[in-house]
Write a protein that binds this ligand. Structure first.
Ligand SMILES: *[C@@H]1O[C@H](CO)[C@@H](O)[C@H](O)[C@H]1NC(C)=O
Ligand SMILES: *[C@@H]1O[C@H](CO)[C@@H](O)[C@H](O)[C@H]1NC(C)=O
Ligand SMILES: *[C@@H]1O[C@H](CO)[C@@H](O)[C@H](O)[C@H]1NC(C)=O
Ligand SMILES: *[C@@H]1O[C@H](CO)[C@@H](O)[C@H](O)[C@H]1NC(C)=O
Length: 673
């Protein structure tokens, strides 16, 4: 950072020394910006053309300086701009003022036919050069990289040739715009000289429509402030590096790029990559990658070793690669040679589809994450996994072998799940589909969250301190979960399919996040049956799903039933396996006092159940659990009613429901990187 400036001071001194004996005029005038402009810049820009240039013809001693075209001046001393007053604009001797400094050179489309003089680097205050749409030829001078104040350089649509000097990145600290498109520049795009050049100020880099060749240097991905990068219509080739995802306008079209697009670009527009090698593949392009170019071998997949935790003791370790191998062996045995041929045909690793907020995840990273088992369900194992090198944690659900449908059948459902975003829904960030059919769902991991099931029914031993679950807090959890379900239902009439307290995560502020949305859509019928059987055993299964032989499917109404059970679970503090609706009915018939129905913790401090909305909540829950599906309210209606029956917490009226608290900051730990 310091070096270039030293060089540049040195260079100015050298120029002055060179000018002094040669110029023969007064020394002050020789080093002034006006003299430099007349002696070095004007002849260079003008070129050899006959007749002279109309704009440059104004740069002469017989014209007041302020009327010279295309120039902006300031004075070394602070004060008003030198061309502010009418008197100054008519002052013929102003050009002899040695204190004048050139700050801007702006002559676009001015029929300039010469070349760029190295002397452009010698103006101490020149901040912008706009010379687009001229006929300037020759190279971009190496010295330009030493211009001490240059922040904007627009040389588009000229006839500049030769290489782009690496010194151009010396300007990086101040340079905000570098536009060189539509010239005849050749050679590679140079790397910056310094190892960690981040070009923090650079917003726009446009090198399109030249003849640049070679690879896209990965050093460009380190330019942190870049918003627009246009490299279209060059002769660049090779893979597109990862790390360009933050750029708002990216154009890499009409080069000869090949290989798999990095996953972080999967969400960008396909017309950023038009007209490249047919070997450029992967989302967002329609072209599928046949084999992963990342060099990740099947043993790379096997490297995803997941430590199996039982309680606090590491009992054994299991690798996903190993599980895949087992599954492959079984399938191969069942299906004969079919399996073998598909594998021989393409030896790649499958693919990672990333969704909004998962752009930073790479296949390699996900497969190499190390983790521990959090829980197991009939069709999947849930892992908490840590990404390498401070990449944060993710939650992985490995769908069990043989439990899910084919990739093509899954794809639309996965895309729908991946698009769903709601503050009370655990977002799906990525989906991995292995070549052998294994599937991984990648979610945000929420540290410090516990499942509602754990909060309500967890053994106190080893659980740590459990916060008091007052009615106000339970109501907040119920409302959060209800909102997530209403959102899911509103989207596409989609059902969640597995509403239960173990699928509701709760953070320290009692914000609920519903997990496992629509996963049943990915399962083969037998696996979906197993989910329903578990739901029945645990008391969440709607009656219409129980009749044998009926091909009833999960629907928003079956979700409402399950939510009703969950609400009863919250109110009564009891596990739902014991038929909670029946228990409530029995209590009503036996005329026990209402307060005996509610969990002791809920009833504590409640003066009148009707006043605090407890009775209404109970009624709502019973309505959700109506045996006839059509009699149940919609989830939107449930949200409305829950909002109405907000408990009035007399001691701290606003603490629980302050807006800041409903939106927990613990939201997206992996996306925050
Ligand atoms: C013209 O400019 C010169 C140099 O800045 C200055 O000394 C002189 O006073 C100016 N003359 C008028 C009439 O403003
Ligand atoms: C460049 O960055 C890397 C990683 O951030 C660091 O290890 C290295 O020391 C840096 N090099 C210099 C010269 O700053
Ligand atoms: C593009 O690159 C491929 C190699 O990836 C090469 O075979 C091909 O000739 C190149 N095409 C052009 C037009 O340069
Ligand atoms: C990229 O540039 C090419 C040609 O210059 C153009 O056709 C294409 O639409 C551009 N794409 C985007 C995303 O701007």
């Amino acid at each position: 950072m310091v070096m270039p400036r030293c060089c540049c001071l040195l260079r100015i001194i050298i120029i002055i020394i060179l000018l002094l004996p040669a110029g023969g005029i007064a020394s002050a005038a020789a080093s002034s910006d006006v003299a430099l402009l007349l002696e070095r810049v004007k002849p260079a820009l003008q070129g050899q053309g006959q007749g002279g240039n109309a704009q440059l013809a104004t740069w002469t001693a017989s014209t007041p300086l302020c009327l010279w075209r295309g120039l902006r001046w300031s004075t070394a001393l602070a004060g008003p701009p030198p061309c502010d007053s009418p008197a100054a604009r008519a002052n013929l001797s102003l050009a002899r003022d040695p204190a004048l400094l050139l700050v801007s050179l702006r002559l676009p489309a001015s029929a300039l036919a010469g070349h760029l003089p190295p002397a452009l680097a010698a103006f101490s205050s020149l901040a912008s050069i706009y010379l687009a749409h001229n006929a300037l030829s020759g190279p971009i001078p190496l010295d330009l990289g030493n211009a001490p104040a240059l922040a904007v350089l627009d040389l588009a649509s000229n006839r500049l040739s030769g290489a782009l000097p690496p010194s151009i990145w010396n300007l990086c600290d101040r340079l905000t715009l570098l536009r060189l498109h539509d010239n005849a520049l050749t050679g590679p795009i140079p790397d910056p000289a310094g190892p960690n050049t981040t070009c923090d100020a650079l917003r726009l880099l446009d090198l399109a429509a030249n003849r640049f060749s070679g690879a896209l240097p990965s050093s460009l991905t380190a330019f942190r402030g870049l918003q627009r990068l246009d490299l279209a219509a060059n002769r660049l080739e090779g893979p597109i590096p990862q790390g360009l995802a933050g750029i708002q306008a990216l154009n890499l079209s009409y080069n000869n790029f090949s290989g798999q697009l990095p996953p972080d670009l999967a969400a960008s527009a396909p017309d950023s990559f038009l007209g490249n090698s047919p070997a450029l593949c992967g989302p967002p392009l329609a072209q599928q990658c046949l084999a992963s170019p990342s060099g990740l071998s099947p043993s790379g997949v096997a490297a995803m070793v997941i430590g199996l935790m039982a309680g606090a003791v590491v009992v054994a370790s299991v690798s996903i690669g190993w599980a895949q191998g087992r599954w492959r062996a079984r399938r191969a045995a069942e299906q004969g040679t079919l399996m073998e041929t598909t594998e021989d045909g393409a030896g790649g690793e499958g693919k990672l589809v990333v969704f909004q907020g998962g752009e930073h995840l790479t296949l390699e990273e996900v497969l190499n994450a190390t983790g521990q088992v959090v829980s197991k369900a009939s069709y999947c194992t849930v892992y908490k996994a840590k990404l390498a090198e401070g990449g944060g944690s993710i939650e992985l659900r490995l769908l069990r072998e043989g439990s899910c449908k084919d990739a093509e059948l899954c794809a639309p459902a996965v895309r729908r799940i991946g698009r769903a975003r709601h503050e009370n829904l655990v977002p799906l960030r990525a989906f991995y589909q292995g070549r052998r059919g294994e599937k991984l769902l990648v979610y945000d991991y929420f540290p410090g969250h516990r499942t509602l099931h754990e909060l309500l029914h967890g053994e106190q031993a080893g659980q740590g301190m459990r916060p008091a679950l007052t009615w106000a807090r339970r109501h907040k959890i119920a409302l959060g979960a209800a909102r997530a379900l209403a959102y899911v239902h509103a989207g596409h009439g989609e059902a969640h399919g597995n509403v239960r307290s173990s699928n509701v995560l709760v953070d320290e502020c009692f914000v609920a996040r519903v997990a496992e949305y629509a996963v049943h859509r990915l399962l083969v019928p037998s696996a979906a049956e197993a989910v329903l059987a578990a739901a029945k055993a645990d008391g969440y299964r709607a009656p219409e799903l129980q009749s044998r032989g009926c091909r009833c499917r999960c629907s928003p109404r079956t979700d409402v039933y399950a939510f009703g059970i969950l609400l009863l679970e919250l109110l009564m503090g009891r596990r739902p396996s014991g038929d909670l609706p029946a228990a409530v009915k029995a209590a009503v018939l036996e005329e026990v006092t209402m307060m005996e129905v509610f969990d002791a913790e809920v009833a504590r401090g409640v003066r009148s159940p009707a006043e605090e909305g407890l009775l209404q909540a109970l009624k709502l829950a019973m309505g959700c659990c109506a045996p006839v599906a059509a009699a149940r309210p919609s989830m939107a209606e449930v949200v409305r009613q829950l909002e109405e029956i907000r408990p009035r917490n007399s001691s701290r009226p606003s603490a629980i429901y302050s807006p800041a608290e409903t939106r927990s900051d613990a939201g997206t730990p992996t996306a925050a990187v």
